[in-house]
Design a protein around this ligand. Structure first.
Ligand code: DX5
Ligand code: ZN
Length: 221
């Protein structure tokens, strides 16, 4: 099976929220996706942005939006992001009783469907659901805040998921999120991840586009 080129997805959680459109444009041409963290102060303690901001921001950039919903009741809110034009909409398995139904609705609404697995959640019970998904987001931190240290023990889940996807010939992006930087991205890639979210490592850098190029270089080593 041919290996698709890696995806680098800078997270605007680490960007300047007063200049989101500029911050998005700063990574055009360097990033593959723009990772947008939606937090509701219920599923996670933090609060970020919601649908109105995404609807406005998506018009300002050519980058495909990778929306990461850290919210309760994703069945109520997810479709709006797909309808707004998001390329991929990921919700947390811990937040819903019927992930497959929601994945089907997202695909019907025109986006890719993503399933996110938080730090304390095992991946094995959900392997059978993966044919319904385009991306599997494995948190390499506890969801909720940027700037946390990468947890290498989460890579066992990445290995398990990648093995399962390969043996089942699934077209699945295995995405890692949390603490991804030049010194951790290689380990994640070796474990089988092929999409990499990076907040601090990109927007904390003086030149975000150069930081993305450095990550890409590290991953293709
Ligand atoms: C946190 C978010 C991440 C966050 C990662 O829950 O899902 O996308 O932006 O930030 P860094 O790359 O700084 O760990
Ligand atoms: Zn995220």
């Amino acid at each position: 099976m041919s290996v698709p080129p890696p995806i680098i997805a800078p997270s605007i959680l680490a960007a300047d929220f007063s200049r989101l459109a500029e911050e998005a444009r700063a990574v055009e041409g360097a990033a593959d996706w723009l990772h947008v963290d939606v937090m509701d102060n219920h599923f996670v303690p933090n609060l970020t942005i919601g649908l109105p901001v995404v609807q406005s921001l998506i018009k300002t950039t050519t980058l495909p939006f990778d929306v990461h919903l850290m919210i309760e009741a994703p069945e109520r809110w997810s479709i709006g992001y797909a309808e707004a034009g998001a390329y991929n909409v990921t919700f947390h398995v811990e937040a819903t009783d019927d992930p497959v139904a929601l994945a089907k609705s997202l695909r019907a609404a025109g986006s890719r469907a993503g399933l996110a697995i938080d730090r304390g959640t095992p991946v094995e019970p959900y392997l059978e659901l993966l044919p319904h998904f385009d991306t599997l987001l494995i948190m390499t931190i506890k969801a909720g805040f940027g700037g946390q240290a990468f947890l290498p023990e989460m890579l066992d889940k990445v290995r398990t998921a990648r093995r399962h996807a390969s043996s089942g010939h699934l077209e699945l992006r295995v995405e890692v999120d949390g603490g991804i930087a030049a010194d951790t991205i290689e380990a994640a890639a070796d474990a089988g991840a092929d999409a990499f979210v990076a907040g601090t490592a990109v927007y904390g850098a003086a030149d975000p586009a150069a930081a993305i190029r450095a990550l890409r270089q590290a991953v293709s080593r």
